[in-house]
Each structure stands twice: as structure tokens, then as C-alpha cells.
Design a protein around this ligand. Structure first.
Ligand code: GDP
Ligand code: ZN
Length: 385
């Protein structure tokens, strides 16, 4: 691709023709484009173009009225995606920033292409956006421990759900001495992850690192995986930093914190952007309905031939999925984790719904009380006349 966007100072941060087009209406308002690198309550660090280069500035996410004691919710804090829900600014967002304001302020968010949303363990039922505009989800799976395909499938579902392309990276490949075994491990993962590239990488020996670097060069990536899977090490390798520094930083503060928590959005020397926020770490299962369908696409496809369209693939007559298991075409394990993931997802969805209901009910009660109070006072006022 050639064009003016290639030479834009924000290109290393993912600026492309699409973002340029989305930003165009804001230019005439004197706003500048920026990518959100980090968010703290009400404030964020944004990367802006400045004098042909980039600079990180601290911006507020909206103007706050002086002396106003009620929390002010600036409209600029929210982006309105196509589903009509309001969302707060998050790492990876593209924003229109007013640099003339003091302090600089985020005035608008550009439409999100993808969003990573956590629906569990957040107080709000509409889900917490952890990162926006992710093209690639790199799932780190350690070869130092036994492969947990079920967990891997769960991460894959998350990736598909947010609209990004997953990439499986089998880390610590140096610990698998036998190349034949390594080949088997890779093909096991390929079988469990249709449509997903699988790379075996070793930060130790450097094997596969170049392939990984070129895989992430095209867009914005996040790293997911269990603690200890090697995410920090991969991030350092991609950033060209000394992998040892992670360990050193961890040991010095004794809290197991990562140096990467301060590098939430990082342009990579080989191209591409890496988002590595603390929020994305230790992620459980998000709401991942359609993602599950993509991870288990072959099961969903088989299900089309089931006699009953609402077949639970349990004991129903004419079930094509069970027939495939009987034929050895589909593994029992795979059907088992499909069912398990569906059940978990249903449970989370029901919990989310009831939480939302409770919230709405509470708000309604609060308004009723205020309304009654007001009516009463108005009544008393009338009596006084
Ligand atoms: P994170 O919790 O996912 O960020 O994992 P880390 O990057 O902190 O790595 C966990 C441990 O695995 C550390 O002790 C690393 O030194 C080790 N490790 C990471 N990558 C490799 C590798 O390629 N080979 C080997 N042998 N060890 C690795
Ligand atoms: Zn069936």
C-alpha cells in the first residue's frame, strides 16, 4: 500500500487510510488525531503527531466544569458504536483531541473496528472494553506444560468474538527437544483451531521469532494467555528489548509486576503495534457466543444435518454430531469442550442479564423515591399558599 498515510507520523501506531477517513470530519474543528495508549480514571495518555514526529500527551477525557460537585459525564468520553451502546475510552482507541485546551482533551472517539469486551467480573453489565481496534490476538500457549486444548479453545473463542484474527503461538519450543514431538504438538493445535495459524516459537533460541514478528507487522495485536505462558518475554522479544529485563524488574519490586504494564501500546520495530495492558492479563471467559461457533465450526457444520434444528447433540435421534463421534470423525473431547463452553457461556449470559435487570430496577426505585419526594414537597408548597 502506498499513499500519504505511509508517511504519516502516526503510521507506526497503526494510522491507515481507514482511520484517516474516519478522522477527516474532525480536522476542520481544529482537532488532532491521536491513539489512546493508556487510560487511568478520567485521564489518558494519547499519542499525537507533532512536528513530523510523535509525542505522548496526557489528556482528560472531556472538559470538567469547575466547581461542579456532581460527577460530570462528558459526551466526548463515549463512542457510539453501531449497536447503540455508549462506551468509555480505552487503550487502542483512535480519538480526536483538542490540544488547545488546557489540559488537552479528548473530544470524540472514532468508530471502533473491533473491541475486546469483558462481560464477567465487571460491575457494569454492558461489559468493560479492555482494548479497541485489535486486528490480531496472539494466544501464548506454553510448551513447558501439558497442552490444555480446552483452555486454548476458550481463548480462541474470545479472539473471534472481538472480531480479530487469532494466532496461536506455542512458546518455549526449545523445551521440546524432539522435532517430531514438536510437529505433533503443532498439528494437535491446528486440528483444535481451524482457520488459525500456529507458530512454535522460542525466545530462548530465537526459533520462530522472525515469523512471529512478520505475523504481527500488519496491524494491532494483543497478547493473551495464562500467567507464565511467556507473554512478557514475547513482548520483549518483539519490542527488541532484552528479555532478561522483565525478570529483573519483577525481582526488584518483589510484587511480580511486569515492566510491560507501563508500555500499554507499543509500536514494534518490525512493524505493527502491540497492546499489552494489565486489564488484558488474567482474563477469564467473556461472553463469546459467536466466537464459540467459529472455534467449533466443524461441529456447527455437522449440526446442520441433525434431524432436529434445536438438537442438543446429547441423545437425540438422527443427530449428525453424535454420528460423527461414533465414526471417529469427531473426537469425544472436542464435543465435550464444545458443550462445556456453551454451558459456561449461557451461565455468564444469564448472570449478566439478571445483573442488568437488578441495576435497572434499582435505578427505577431511586427515581420513584425522588419523584414521590418531589410530589410531596410540591403538595406541601401548595398547602402553604
Ligand atoms: P507471562 O506471565 O506470560 O508474561 O510469562 P513470562 O514471559 O514472564 O515467562 C514465564 C517464564 O517462562 C519466565 O521464567 C521466562 O524466562 C520463561 N520463558 C519465556 N520464554 C521462554 C522460552 O522461549 N524458553 C524457555 N526455556 N523459557 C522461556
Ligand atoms: Zn445433533
Amino acid at each position: 500500500m502506498t499513499g500519504p498515510t505511509d508517511t504519516h507520523p502516526l503510521s507506526p501506531y497503526g494510522w491507515d487510510a481507514g482511520v484517516a477517513e474516519d478522522f477527516a470530519p474532525y480536522r476542520s474543528q481544529g482537532l488532532v488525531p491521536a491513539r489512546v495508549a493508556r487510560v487511568d480514571r478520567g485521564r489518558c495518555s494519547v499519542v499525537v503527531a507533532r512536528e513530523g514526529s510523535t509525542a505522548t500527551v496526557h489528556a482528560v477525557t472531556g472538559p470538567v466544569a469547575a466547581g461542579d460537585t456532581t460527577p460530570y459525564v462528558p459526551t466526548a468520553l463515549f463512542a457510539k458504536p453501531s449497536d447503540g451502546k455508549l462506551r468509555t475510552v480505552c487503550t487502542g482507541d483512535w480519538a480526536a483531541v483538542d490540544l488547545e485546551a488546557d489540559p488537552p482533551a479528548v473530544r470524540a472517539l472514532l468508530p471502533r473496528r473491533t473491541a475486546f469486551v469483558r462481560s464477567t467480573s465487571s460491575k457494569r453489565s454492558d461489559g468493560q472494553v479492555l482494548a479497541a481496534n485489535i486486528d490480531l490476538v496472539v494466544i501464548a500457549v506454553s510448551l513447558a506444560v501439558e497442552l490444555d486444548l480446552a483452555r486454548m479453545e476458550r481463548f480462541l473463542a474470545l479472539a473471534w468474538e472481538c472480531g480479530a484474527q487469532p494466532l496461536l503461538v506455542l512458546t518455549k519450543a526449545d523445551l521440546v527437544e524432539d522435532p517430531v514431538s514438536l510437529g505433533y504438538l503443532v498439528s494437535d493445535c491446528e486440528a483444535a483451531a481451524p482457520g488459525v495459524p500456529v507458530l512454535a516459537v522460542s525466545a530462548e533460541s530465537g526459533a520462530g521469532v522472525d515469523d512471529l514478528a512478520s505475523a504481527v507487522a500488519g496491524g494491532t495485536a494483543v497478547l493473551l494467555g495464562q500467567s507464565g505462558a511467556g507473554k512478557s518475554t514475547l513482548a520483549n522479544v518483539l519490542a527488541g528489548a532484552d528479555a532478561q529485563r522483565v525478570q529483573a524488574a519483577r525481582d526488584s519490586d518483589g510484587k511480580g509486576r511486569h515492566t510491560t504494564t507501563t508500555r500499554d501500546l507499543m509500536p514494534l520495530p518490525g512493524g505493527g503495534v502491540l497492546i499489552d495492558t494489565p486489564g488484558l492479563r488474567g482474563v477469564g471467559l467473556w461472553d463469546a457466543g459467536s466466537g464459540i461457533a467459529q472455534v467449533f465450526s466443524e461441529i456447527e457444520e455437522l449440526a446442520l444435518s441433525c434431524r432436529f434444528h434445536n438438537c442438543a447433540h446429547d441423545a437425540e435421534p438422527g443427530c449428525a454430531v453424535l454420528a460423527a463421534v461414533a465414526d471417529g470423525e469427531l473426537s469425544d473431547r472436542r464435543l465435550h469442550s464444545y458443550r462445556k463452553l456453551l454451558r459456561e457461556n449461557e451461565w455468564i449470559a444469564s448472570r449478566t442479564d439478571s445483573r442488568l435487570e437488578a441495576e435497572v430496577r434499582r435505578e427505577w426505585k431511586r427515581r420513584q423515591v425522588i419523584g414521590r419526594d418531589r410530589a410531596q414537597r410540591a403538595g406541601e408548597g401548595l398547602d402553604d399558599v
